[in-house]
Ligand binder design. Structure first.
Ligand code: CAA
Length: 390
């Protein structure tokens, strides 16, 4: 096994063509908009157009990485999602024709609710430790969908994050310790016959906090850093207030007083993108990292904490250190542009998209041309999904 540092060499994200403002949703649901803006900490959420899905998002996120680094050494592509488009074929295989992945690669889809991307990161680190000349493309892509007119509805969203994992990374080197926790909990799930998740909201919030604490305990048992060492904490953010709740819980569970200003200092910058993108499930934690890197003063040499949670449930607490010169490699302008270039969607259109069912008769179905993103789902024909670059 190599002892070379391994971590995130590049990170790029993409989100959808549309967004819905939570003020529109609040009016529709007859609640005070501050319940969303302040209570759950969400102002907007990304909404997938008729011709967008996790493949188009994943392609848009990964393309800039391949443009910058090429494909040499990429022998594994791991796409994590809980919004898969096929029960058999890995979604990342569609990326071969869209963005030109190498044929000499293993391409696999990973699933464990919002935790899948972190599993990808851990598997990638293991592969690179075995052969540091290899690089792994990890993509986390999801479209969060709950039933209309339910408490889960304001916690939808969508995004993809692509990360190039390598030896001697340019952005974040991962520490070797990981704290793990898994348990059989029915807090959030989606049976194969449903397009919307089922959730027990309050149970899920409590399960998340317990899992975070347990994963932290395991991380410390494995020799991880002290809680006071970290410059910031990136949490999975189903809604941004959840990061605040989880951090408060973690601090108090370890005997610290959870001062609001200290929590803000540890969390706030990580929430800037999620607040307007919404829950992107597997991508959410890494959107938090992107927001932190894009907005913090110099983080060079500073340790960061990460808490990944996927309902059902698996949690992982891990850490890493920000590399000198990272600012030359992050994609602040492109990330902001991905968010700013979205178009507002009105409630009727949002609802129509939400209710639209995928055709299942095998006939040719052209998809309405809506997105202005680089890739689109052009049609479904003969039970095949047909994608095109725009
Ligand atoms: N002004 C300011 N704040 C207000 C307000 C107002 N006018 N009205 C209400 N609030 C506050 C409430 O006091 C509450 O704050 P606290 O949590 O600090 O007490 C907050 O707004 C939310 O109010 P409710 O608890 O009444 O909200 P709700 O019951 O309608 O829904 C929810 C909240 C249960 C999280 C729901 O959105 C949900 O089910 N979401 C989906 C599940 C989820 O995201 N779970 C998170 C953990 S699981 C996970 O992380 C995996 C994953 O991605 C799904």
């Amino acid at each position: 096994m190599s002892t070379q540092p391994v971590g995130i060499h590049d990170l790029s994200f993409a989100t959808t063509h549309y967004f819905l403002d939570h003020a529109v949703l609040a009016e529709r649901l007859g609640v005070d908009r501050d319940k969303f803006y302040l209570g759950i900490g969400q102002e907007k959420m990304s909404v997938a157009a008729a011709d967008e899905d996790i493949v188009t998002l994943a392609a848009a996120a990964a393309k800039p990485i391949l443009e910058r680094h090429g494909t040499e050494g990429i022998r594994t592509v791991l796409l994590a999602t809980e919004t898969g488009v096929d029960q058999s074929k890995a979604a990342a295989l569609y990326l071969h024709s869209l963005i030109g992945l190498p044929n000499t690669a293993r391409v696999v889809e990973l699933k464990q609710a919002c935790y899948g991307g972190t599993a990808g990161l851990a598997f990638a680190a293991g592969l690179i430790a075995r052969d540091p000349s290899e690089r792994v493309l990890v993509i986390a892509a999801d479209i969060a969908k709950y039933e209309l007119d339910t408490p889960g509805e304001p916690t939808q969203g969508a995004a993809a994050v692509a990360m190039l994992i390598s030896a001697n990374p340019a952005i974040v080197t991962l520490d070797p310790q990981q704290g793990l926790y898994s348990a059989d909990i029915m807090d959030f799930w989606r049976p194969n016959y449903r397009s919307e998740a089922i959730v027990d909201g309050k149970t899920s919030v409590n399960a998340y906090q317990k899992a975070a604490q347990e994963a932290w305990t395991d991380y410390r048992r494995r020799g991880g850093r002290e809680l006071t060492e970290f410059a910031a904490f990136c949490y999975h953010q189903p809604f941004t207030k959840m990061a605040y709740k989880a951090h408060k819980h973690l601090l108090e569970s370890q005997g610290f007083t959870a001062d609001a200003a200290d929590i803000d200092a540890a969390i706030k910058l990580t929430t800037l993108y999620n607040r307007t993108v919404g829950n992107s499930y597997t991508a959410s934690l890494y959107l938090g990292l992107a927001a932190l890197l894009d907005h913090a003063d110099d983080l060079t040499g500073k340790p960061l904490a990460f808490l990944s949670y996927g309902s059902g449930a698996v949690a992982e607490f891990f850490s890493g250190t920000v590399e000198p010169g990272y600012r030359e490699h992050i994609r602040t302008a492109a990330n902001q542009a991905a968010i700013d270039s979205r178009e507002p969607i009105d409630y009727a259109h949002y609802r129509a998209l939400h209710e639209a069912a995928s055709p299942s008769d095998g006939a040719y179905h052209a998809t309405a041309e809506e997105t202005r993103r680089p890739y689109r789902l052009a049609a479904i024909s003969g039970h095949k999904r047909i994608y095109e670059a725009r």
